[in-house]
Design a protein around this ligand. Structure first.
Ligand code: UN1
Length: 511
């Protein structure tokens, strides 16, 4: 690590009252954790930034109890007052956007522009949630019985578990936390062990805002192992809602465990996102959309473009232009200006990418460019284009790395069929200037994904819409639209203000 980076690291840590060794649990106060130590590794250098002591099973229990007590109090706060606390949290994030964005970049290796974008996503979520706090609407209905009133209302669901992944270490917490908070829930955050420092930093900010408002301890943190924290939280019947982001493998376990205890899960799992380019597309737009979608964030978004479908008329030209563009993607320290691609998160991710490339080549895939890891320090790889046939088995796997599989097709119906023939269903896109093709892609018989875009890539969704996907992606919806309903319980109320007791459906029951 060079001198500049060393000083910067120290300054960043201090901005959030972090030191070289930190406690990894918060529940209204910082808990002296006694679990094993983990190190947060800067993926750009391979060196440790700082260490964190994880929570033990007992310490998890302490965090859980405080979270449950906090819920009892918080749910009595009027929703707009809860929104006011979230508004202040958004402002606190605005003040520290630069520092937190840099810490995100340092800890997970996304470019600074993307690190700052991630904090902006948190701020946007806070703003949205403030508005929601006055719009947690229920419907009213006309009762079939005279002098009866019928309506539904939404109550806070309860203490909520939030499990997040390394690749959006803070924004995905905000998707859940901002909304859960205005809905009246308290929560425990279990962040990725690859990104503990950003979770500590965010919790410090949230702590300050809660204290300034004399609010209950609703934003709690438990950094811990799978058994001590992850499995304990997922199995904990006192937590009616578990929101989890990560791999399909993890999500299937979480979903099954939560369902077995009749809890609710909100799952945002892997994607295998496809992008179609039609012969009539604006190829300049398509090229930019593919490049950001496939190589941006070093291919480590759940919305990353992993499959590219080229109509035969433009296939050759697009491939040539892509190879050229891939050759000029600047790879390096993501804190430096002009760098477009930082490192992968760790050596395991590099190995996983190289193994996937080996396997796809065994299945007949042809590497058009890239394909190698770069010499250390850090976990850098080349963005890679692989030409494959439609039937190649590897096309069904999500490898969390910048590998783009390219296939050709003749007509749109064929492309939609192969596009939908994978287990995952998160995001999708078509580039076309033909209105019929665009509408065909968005129709019920078109893309089967939770997100479908026209002349926009697969990644980089705004928070105003509901985010999530179908099939193996888990079916959950987070962030905007009416996603708040997942964090509340619905109650249907019928109120009789008359002097008779008529029964519904005309049933008679007189003695
Ligand atoms: C993720 O990768 O888990 O749409 C989330 C996007 C971002 C969120 C990605 N707004 O690419």
């Amino acid at each position: 690590m060079n001198q500049r980076t060393n000083d910067e690291v120290l300054q960043l840590l201090q901005a959030f009252q972090l030191t070289s060794d930190n406690h990894g649990a918060y529940a209204g106060e910082w808990i002296e954790t006694t679990g094993p130590r983990i190190e947060s590794i800067n993926p750009t250098t391979g060196e440790a930034i700082a260490s964190v002591r994880m929570a033990s099973a007992d310490e998890y229990e302490r965090v859980a109890q405080v979270t449950i007590e906090a819920f009892e109090a918080w749910r009595t706060w009027p929703a707009p007052q809860r929104g006011e606390v979230v508004r202040q949290l958004g402002d606190a994030l605005r003040k520290q956007k630069d520092e937190l964005g840099r810490l995100v970049t340092l800890e997970v290796g996304k470019t600074l522009s993307e690190g700052l974008g991630e904090v902006q996503e948190m701020i946007d979520m806070a703003d949205l949630a403030v508005g929601m706090s006055r719009q947690l609407f229920g419907k009213s209905m006309h009762s079939e019985r005279p002098q009866h009133r019928m309506y539904e209302q939404w109550h806070p669901m309860g203490p909520t578990g939030i499990i997040t992944a390394f690749n959006f270490p803070v924004a995905v917490w905000a998707w859940n936390a901002m909304v859960a908070a205005v809905c009246g829930n308290s929560m425990i955050w279990k962040p990725s062990p690859e990104a503990p420092l950003t979770s500590l930093a965010v919790t410090r900010i949230a702590q300050r805002v809660l204290e300034e408002n004399d609010a209950p301890a609703i934003f709690n943190l438990a950094i811990g192992g799978v058994e001590q924290v992850g499995e304990a939280l997922v199995a904990d019947t006192r937590f009616p809602l578990i929101s989890a982001t990560g791999s399909v493998r993890m999500g299937k376990q979480v979903g099954a465990a939560v369902a077995a205890r009749m809890g609710r899960s909100l799952l945002e799992l892997g994607g295998n996102n496809g992008l179609l380019v039609m012969d009539d597309a604006d190829l300049d737009l398509a090229l930019r959309g593919v490049l950001f979608g496939a190589a941006g964030t070093a291919g480590q978004r759940c919305t990353t473009t992993r499959r590219l479908f080229l109509q035969k008329g433009i296939a050759q030209e697009m491939k040539e232009r892509l190879v050229q563009a891939y050759g000029s993607v600047r790879i390096g320290d993501p804190l430096e200006d002009n760098v477009l691609m930082g490192p992968l998160i760790n050596q395991k991710a590099v190995d996983g990418m190289l193994e996937a490339l080996e396997r796809v080549q065994e299945q007949g895939g042809r590497i058009l460019c890239g394909g190698k890891s770069l010499d250390g320090p850090g976990f850098f790889v080349e963005p890679t284009l692989v030409e494959i046939d439609q039937q190649t088995p590897m096309v069904c796997d999500e490898t969390f790395a910048p590998i783009l599989y390219i296939m050709e097709f003749d007509d749109l119906d064929e492309a939609i069929a192969i596009h939908n023939a994978v287990p995952q269903g998160l995001s999708s896109a078509i580039f076309t200037l033909n209105m019929r093709s665009a509408e065909r892609f968005l129709a019920a018989t078109g893309s089967d994904c939770g997100i479908a875009n026209v002349n926009i890539g697969t990644s980089g969704a705004e928070i105003g819409g509901a985010f999530g996907g179908e099939k193996d992606t888990g079916g959950g919806r987070e962030a905007g639209s009416d996603s708040w309903k997942a964090y509340m319980r619905r109650q249907t109320c019928t109120l009789n203000w008359g002097t008779e007791l008529p029964l519904a459906q005309g049933v008679e029951f007189e003695v």
